[in-house]
Design a protein around this ligand. Structure first.
Ligand code: URP
Length: 389
């Protein structure tokens, strides 16, 4: 990945300085100063040793008279796979566990309260191949599978809530597969799970060959540290999906993703969608993407007349946080594993709601009416022509 652009931030810092850099930061990120949070020397050393990036930023709120601050440390992890995709399934899983454990240990040392991984973090993103074997064997029980058991220990050790996006095998319901985010409490219990609502049908993202649209609605999980929700990958293109998590009271919405630079993943949209969701729904968002190339044993085509190939393209990382005010922090690298931490005061959500009144002005009644008409088979789009009376 030596030829790849390292990050948007590197381009900016290599080319801007002084007032230009300040102005860029003010206009693009929303603040001149990124409010970097100092990390422990031991964390920096561990990250260097295991070759991952680590960074932390603060998202403070105004001091209130009647409520104490609600400071929460939230982490996201982006990473590449740990072993070649032709290795046995359990060996591939273990290689990912081993590399990610080192990153969670640093998050634990830093006192991270809630952490979320990228989409289907414990396996290669093999759906592009349309092959069922061995990829379906990565599926596990959300409640009792080896991934949940592995994370349970770490959740208890670090008193950390863990959001783990996996390929779920629902043994109670005829063994069917789902794309599921499991939410593990700091007590080690599974609080609940959410299944991906919007399944892509674009480019090489052939996920609809494996699992259907989720049936869990828009759950918000009341954790010890705050109310969280998970909008899984392709759901970030669907504004109503983001909106429903807000209606159900989410304070932080994670968007674990697996996306690439090409049209299907649209890198230029990445920096906008989770950010816009934070603004319009007055909650914190975290967008998390995989890293690297994943080459598969057999070639597959993209049904576009172009030659068959063995990988999807670069998963461009670039994970980031955004506050309800729309201010965001620099993203992680496009090419490297990383841990990004946000120290956020959840009081900011209500402060922004009071200031901007987006909920008060949202006119849900009007849209419920309009949308129910749209769904009518006889619906006529409301288009006015020049010669209409
Ligand atoms: N995993 C996933 O839903 N990817 C679809 C491509 C995208 O829209 O990012």
């Amino acid at each position: 990945m030596d030829n790849e652009t390292q990050s948007l931030e590197a381009i900016i810092e290599n080319n801007l300085s002084g007032r230009d850099l300040d102005e860029f930061n003010r206009i693009y990120y929303g603040r001149k100063n990124h409010l970097e949070v100092k990390l422990k020397d031991s964390s920096l050393a561990a990250a260097k040793e295991a070759d991952f990036e680590v960074a932390a930023y603060a998202f403070p709120a105004k001091k209130e008279q009647t409520r104490p601050p609600r400071i929460v440390k939230v982490g996201v992890i982006q990473h590449s796979i740990g072993a070649p995709t032709d290795r046995p399934v359990n060996e591939q899983k273990k290689a990912i566990f081993d590399k990610v454990k080192k990153i969670i240990d640093v998050a634990g040392q830093e006192g991270v309260n809630i952490i979320c991984f990228q989409e289907l973090w414990n396996m290669p993103f093999a759906f592009c191949t349309r092959e069922k074997q061995p990829w379906c064997e990565f599926a596990e029980s959300a409640e009792e599978g080896p991934t949940t058991r592995f994370l349970r220990e770490l959740a208890m050790k670090y008193s950390m809530v863990i959001v783990s996006s996996i390929l779920e095998r629902d043994e109670k319901h005829a063994d069917i597969l789902w794309n599921t985010a499991v939410v593990i409490s700091d007590s080690g219990n599974v609080i609940g799970k959410h299944r991906k609502n919007h399944i892509p049908r674009v480019g090489d993202f052939n996920e609809s060959n494996y699992y259907m649209e989720g049936n869990t609605g828009h759950p918000v999980f009341a954790t010890r540290y705050g109310k969280i929700a998970v909008n899984i990958c392709f759901g970030r293109h669907h504004v109503l999906n983001w909106m429903m998590f807000g209606q159900n009271g989410a304070e932080i919405v994670f968007n674990p993703s697996a996306t690439i630079a090409a049209e299907a993943g649209s890198e230029y949209m990445w920096n906008i969608e989770a950010r816009n969701a934070a603004i319009t729904n007055c909650y914190f968002t975290a967008a998390i993407n995989r890293v690297g190339y994943e080459e598969f044993p057999n070639e597959f085509t993209s049904a576009d007349g172009k030659p068959a190939h063995k990988d999807l393209g670069l998963f461009y990382g670039s994970s980031y946080f955004c506050g309800p005010d729309g201010v965001r922090c620099p993203g992680l690298s496009r090419t490297k594993d990383g841990l990004l931490i946000a120290v956020m005061d959840l009081n900011m959500n209500r402060q922004i709601k009071d200031r901007r009144c987006y909920y008060m002005t949202q006119r849900l009644d009007m849209y419920v009416n309009s949308l129910s008409r749209v769904l009518d088979l006889e619906y006529k789009p409301q288009v006015v022509h020049e010669n209409d009376k």
